[in-house]
Design a protein around this ligand. Structure first.
Ligand SMILES: Cc1cc2nc3c(=O)[nH]c(=O)nc-3n(C[C@H](O)[C@H](O)[C@H](O)COP(=O)(O)OP(=O)(O)OC[C@H]3O[C@@H](n4cnc5c(N)ncnc54)[C@H](O)[C@@H]3O)c2cc1C
Length: 438
């Protein structure tokens, strides 16, 4: 087993950059790195600009099996297999009554190596993707803060960027390209600039999370499982994501006002208050010690109302993000990056870089996003029980497994929602509704 370590500290922080490229990719997370790698592999002149230094910390450690095809296309499967990232074979749920339910073992449903995935330290994983982009010929410049996207009329023509250099001094540059791919994650630079980033009023959530050493782990193939635990009364839920070096990532999510009431309660107090309502998590954390402080984030569920335009396209979290409960973010980031890269490459072939061509994948992708979102709504619906649902409709357990594995673009997978009835609000209800799912 090799340990992927941050041995190549900030290799891209001083890369010289030119004034003109085919494609600018903004942001060096899984979306940006994947897109840059696939475009550069086919000979496009790509510049990826990332404001952080690599490896940089990021929440979002649990992958889904459907990352497999993209990892394979990137030529990273062997590296992943050889890595120290824990192997994830399943996801398991613990109910608000404390009932530990049968895990969803992905390889029982699809007996293939692609049914196993990984739990990753994102600094290391994202660096791996960036290295692949660099290896394929993309120019990577970290320590580069996008200040603005340059438009001529409706057309995006490049960026204004601050290239930071503590020794030589910062430099503000304008860099131009045929196309700008926005992969700036929750910053969503273009959607924010255009005022089209709309948060989901039904999913106003907040999260407090931390890292614990020596927490109780299951054994064998359950050791790397993600466990989702509801608290009593469903006031919040916990994730349990086992990482390497005997560290576990544990996060608690609830409605924003409940988690961050503004009454002076500290994140640690809220976390411990919720922990007291989750005996299974208490049991697992009992022997552990916390590493570092609690971290917080909130109001992370949103969608860009316009996702493509002349000379620009959004991918990953810059396109939208739903909710952490099903660990969908990295999969969606990589899937959208791949779809966008293919549309761009095809567009160059056909000499058609119109918004229609750049965004030809948007409808299919949005349908997949909706499948995750509707399952998220069901998870939060107070009156809904997955246990009762599968007692009545056992034949839909496979649809659920498909979605939990990330196979959200599969035709017919949405049939499960026809049976869920009223607990799933219509997909456009979020625009106007004042209702917040608790
Ligand atoms: C609480 C929580 C828990 C989560 N848990 C999971 C999980 O278990 N599994 C999972 O798959 N997903 C999870 N996610 C989601 C996941 O973290 C994201 O979906 C994923 O990181 C998206 O990848 P991305 O490449 O689109 O964006 P990011 O990974 O956020 O990358 C965007 C990059 O853009 C850079 N950037 C931003 N602004 C600028 C700028 N102005 N100039 C230059 N660079 C810029 C940032 O530094 C960053 O590196 C979670 C999210 C939250 C909020």
């Amino acid at each position: 087993m090799i340990q992927i370590s941050p041995s190549t500290q900030c290799p891209y922080m001083k890369t010289p950059v030119q004034d003109q490229y085919d494609v600018l990719v903004l942001g060096g997370g899984p979306a940006g790195a994947t897109c840059a790698a696939l475009l550069a592999e086919k000979g496009k002149r790509v510049l990826l600009l990332e404001r952080g230094l690599t490896p940089r910390f990021h929440v979002g450690e649990s992958l889904l099996p459907k990352c497999y095809p993209t990892l394979k296309r990137l030529g990273l499967l062997e590296t992943m297999k050889q890595s120290a990232f824990p192997k994830k074979y399943s996801v398991q749920f613990v109910t608000e009554m404390g009932k530990v339910t049968k895990p969803f073992y992905f390889d029982e449903y699809i007996p293939h190596e692609s049914s196993q995935t990984w739990q990753v330290e994102r600094g290391d994983f994202d660096s791996l993707l960036l290295s692949k982009a660099a290896e394929n010929g993309a120019v990577i410049r970290t320590n580069a803060h996008i200040m603005d996207v340059l438009f001529e009329g409706q057309r995006a023509v490049g960026v204004k960027v601050k290239l930071k250099d503590p020794e030589a001094g910062d430099e503000v540059r304008e860099i131009r390209a045929d196309l700008t791919v926005d992969a700036t994650g929750q910053s969503a630079v273009i959607a924010t600039r255009l005022g089209v980033k709309k948060s989901d009023p039904l999913l106003k959530k907040g999260t407090i999370w931390g890292y614990f050493e020596n927490a109780l782990r299951d054994e064998g193939r359950d050791e790397g499982a993600t466990i989702i635990m509801q608290t009593a009364g469903k006031s919040s839920w916990f994730w349990y994501i086992p990482l390497s070096n005997n560290i576990v990532s544990v996060g608690c999510t609830g409605s924003m006002n409940y988690m961050f009431a503004g009454d002076g309660t500290t994140p640690a107090e809220v976390f411990n208050r919720e922990l007291a309502k989750c005996p299974e998590m208490q049991r697992r954390l009992e022997p552990s010690t916390q590493h570092g402080d609690f971290k917080t984030t909130k109001d992370f569920s949103y969608r860009a109302q316009q996702t493509v335009g002349e000379g620009w396209v959004l991918i990953g979290d810059a396109f939208g993000f739903i909710d952490p409960v099903y660990s969908s973010g990295v999969l969606l980031a990589m899937a959208s990056a791949e779809m966008a890269a293919d549309a761009i490459l095809d567009g160059y072939e056909k000499n058609d870089l119109s918004p229609e061509q750049l965004g030809r994948w948007n409808d299919n992708y949005t349908a997949g996003l909706e499948n995750f979102k509707r399952l998220v709504y069901a998870f939060y619906a107070p009156q809904f029980s997955f246990g009762d649902f599968f007692k009545e409709y056992p034949e839909y357990r496979n649809h659920m497994t498909d979605i939990l594995m990330g196979d959200v673009f599969k035709p017919g997978v949405d049939e499960i929602f026809d049976k869920m009835g009223d607990v799933i609000p219509p997909s456009d209800v979020g625009e106007e509704s004042e209702t917040v799912i608790a």
